[in-house]
Design a binder for this molecule. Structure first.
Ligand SMILES: Cc1cc2nc3c(=O)[nH]c(=O)nc-3n(C[C@H](O)[C@H](O)[C@H](O)COP(=O)(O)O)c2cc1C
Length: 166
């Protein structure tokens, strides 16, 4: 099956992470699809931050149809130690994903305050297998040498654990 890389990115770091993952898959002859998730109603940073702190899920412009894809890698920021409303909205809207494999990744400052565990918990509640969670700091992302190592590790896990990745 084809991997999907779902990303939420306001300032571009998580998009860059998603693109780098896509390139790593491509280098191994695997054509992953990239899917951007966007809230239906755009809000400013302060309002979005408050909603993240209150654990409010955003309504998305479109909930991705993941039927044809596996594994699914989700890239999103951490705000004030919380998952973003877009991430929460995406997970809330997941349907018929039991048995699929997910990886939750976050490009952030490195202060995750339990958000990774929360992401894993929310995904597991949807009946998916969580291959892993992880983060890369924005400075490591921008320091070119570290990003490929991080991305290679994630793609290695995806390929090793998903026997049907094509
Ligand atoms: C308002 C705000 C709060 C943030 N809070 C955290 C935080 O608690 N922990 C952390 O590690 N990073 C935090 N960050 C950093 C973002 O997660 C980081 O800049 C991320 O790469 C942004 O992703 P994007 O460029 O894809 O939008 C925060 C950033 C903003 C703007």
């Amino acid at each position: 099956m084809r991997p999907a890389i779902v990303y939420h990115s306001r300032q571009g770091h998580n998009k860059a992470l998603a693109m780098s993952l896509s390139e790593e898959f491509q280098g191994r002859g695997i054509d992953a699809v990239m899917i951007r998730i966007v809230a239906r109603t755009g809000t400013g940073m302060v309002k979005s931050l408050v909603r993240a702190i209150l654990c409010r899920a955003a309504r998305l412009e479109q909930q991705p149809d993941l039927q044809e894809y596996n594994p699914v890698i989700v890239c999103s920021p951490i705000w004030a130690g919380h998952l973003t409303p877009e991430f929460l909205g995406f997970v809330k809207g997941l349907r018929a994903v039991e048995g699929k494999q997910f990886y939750s990744l976050h490009c952030c400052f490195g202060d995750t305050a339990g958000a990774l565990g929360r992401a894993s918990e929310l995904l597991q509640q949807k009946g998916v297998e969580v291959l892993g969670t992880g983060y890369i700091t924005t400075s490591d992302l921008l320091e070119r040498a570290k990003l490929p190592v991080f991305v290679k590790g994630v793609v290695d896990v995806c390929i090793d654990r998903s026997d049907q990745v094509t």
